[in-house]
Design a protein around this ligand. Structure first.
Ligand SMILES: [Zn+2]
Length: 455
């Protein structure tokens, strides 16, 4: 196996203290994760989780601000969250992103700023549940941030540590895009995020490039005319329009390239069978993945053109469905995710430290596809980052967005994984604040991808 790992002996010594600090926080970290597992809150409504995480950071000397200033101008979608289904119908809390937060720990100097991005929303459902393991992310990130800040303080190291709380990863419109567009990340030099332990349980080296997780989110609302269902010719059914639209989407799926995914739900489908539904709506997402495509073979520009063509086709299907069934339709394009940038040099650091910390199932071959560190793309084009995840001994992979995945996060092996990921994240942070060459190399590669991104 090629091991590119090298570290200044002084840093290695500091890392021993760093481990001990994360270990000392371990019980509190897993307790917070378990609490969220038992108290899941859906996207945009994670009031208890964000308050708990913010409070924990405050206790450790971080300055914490809640919400995102300047959101109204940067993100027009913010006042339409109810319409898009981002908020539950009976939500009566404040507008904007009240569950976002930014916590800062300023060391000897402002820069480099190491930001750890954490999510805490549960999947929607009856009741909501942590099938995406976002309950683990905050504690993992806080363990790393607190330990790193303390070691930086004790050793008089330059730099700052931020923790950025990003609500509603699971529903659109994308809150992380809003944060990026509002300048929430301004000043950040490097970012890290973790994402539980689900999925493939292996440790591989990820290349740099464009990691495409391109999504367009649409909602189609049809308006017809109600009537007694025993005299249905007197009404026009908005639900019929939805059924025609969704049939068209299914036909489009067959004639789309394999890297496209179409997902939909009927958001409103009428109230009772004895009333012709006067209003019905469907939420439709189209996703472009390059998991099946070689790195770099589809540029962000081409991917964008391709996905917008699909969105046009679905819009036309909605218009056609309205004409065919005698209704009217409102089209709403409420969320957009763009391809992300992955930095190979940064991913190499992750691979090296993961191996040092005993990651399982190590395959020292480069993965075929780049790995984004966050899914909206908006943060990755501003800041180089990594998604801290690797093989964990004793974990059987589970399907994402499942109850098994939620249960795994709160199991003993899930707890062990949380502390281990926190240590690796802290170690990478320490490396970044002490190694100017590594910083320069990562920044140069990120700049190169940003330039190519717009070509
Ligand atoms: Zn998810």
């Amino acid at each position: 196996m090629t091991n590119t790992f090298s570290e200044c002996p002084k840093v290695t010594a500091m890392r021993t203290t760093l481990h001990a600090k994360v270990d000392a926080l371990g019980d509190r970290l897993t307790a917070m994760s378990d609490w969220m597992y038992h108290n899941p809150e859906p996207g945009f409504e994670e009031f208890k989780a964000s308050a708990m995480l913010g409070e924990e950071l405050r206790k450790h000397g971080f300055e914490v601000e809640m919400g995102v200033p300047g959101l109204e101008t940067a993100w027009p979608e913010y006042n339409r969250l109810k319409f898009t289904g981002g908020l539950s119908k009976d939500y009566d809390g404040p507008p904007g992103l009240p569950t976002a937060f930014r916590a800062k720990y300023k060391g000897k100097s402002e820069h480099p700023v190491i930001a750890i991005v954490v999510e805490y929303d549960a999947l929607r459902g009856n009741p909501p549940f942590h099938g995406c393991q976002h309950n683990m992310q905050g504690p993992t990130g806080i363990g790393a941030a607190v330990a790193l800040a303390q070691v930086m303080e004790e050793n008089n190291l330059p730099g700052s540590v931020w923790v950025i709380g990003a609500p509603a990863e699971e529903v659109g419109p994308p809150a992380k895009a809003a944060e990026a567009l509002s300048g929430y990340l301004d000043g950040v030099d490097f970012a890290m995020r973790s994402h539980g332990v689900e999925g493939r349980n292996e440790t591989v080296r990820y290349p740099g490039g464009f990691s495409d997780r391109h999504i367009e989110q649409m909602k189609y609302t049809f308006h017809g005319k109600s009537a007694h269902a025993q005299m249905p010719w007197r009404g026009t059914s908005a639900l019929d329009s939805v059924m025609v639209l969704l049939h068209a989407v299914e036909l489009l799926r067959e004639h789309s390239e394999p890297q496209f995914r179409f997902h939909w739900v009927i958001t409103d489908g009428g109230v009772a069978p004895n009333i012709v539904p006067e209003m019905a709506s469907a939420t439709v997402w189209v996703r472009h993945l390059i998991d099946e495509t070689r790195v770099g073979s589809v540029s962000p520009r081409i991917a964008k053109e391709m996905i917008l063509k699909k969105r046009d086709q679905i819009d036309n299907a909605a218009r056609g469905a309205a004409i065919a069934t005698g209704t009217t339709v409102d089209l709403d394009h409420y969320g957009s995710y763009i391809p992300g940038i992955a930095v190979g040099a940064f991913n190499d650091l992750l691979f090296d430290y993961a191996v040092v910390y005993g990651a399982a199932n190590v395959r020292d071959e480069a993965a075929r596809v780049a790995k984004h560190w966050e899914e909206t793309g908006y943060m990755t084009i501003r800041v180089p980052g990594i998604s801290v995840g690797f093989g964990i001994d004793g974990i059987t992979p589970v399907t994402g967005h499942s109850h098994e995945s939620a249960d795994l996060s709160a199991s003993p092996v899930g707890h062990r994984a949380l502390v281990l990921m926190s240590k690796v994240m802290a170690a990478i942070g320490l490396r970044l604040v002490t190694d100017a060459d590594a910083r320069a190399k990562i920044k140069a590669e990120h700049d190169m991808w940003v330039k190519k991104y717009n070509e």
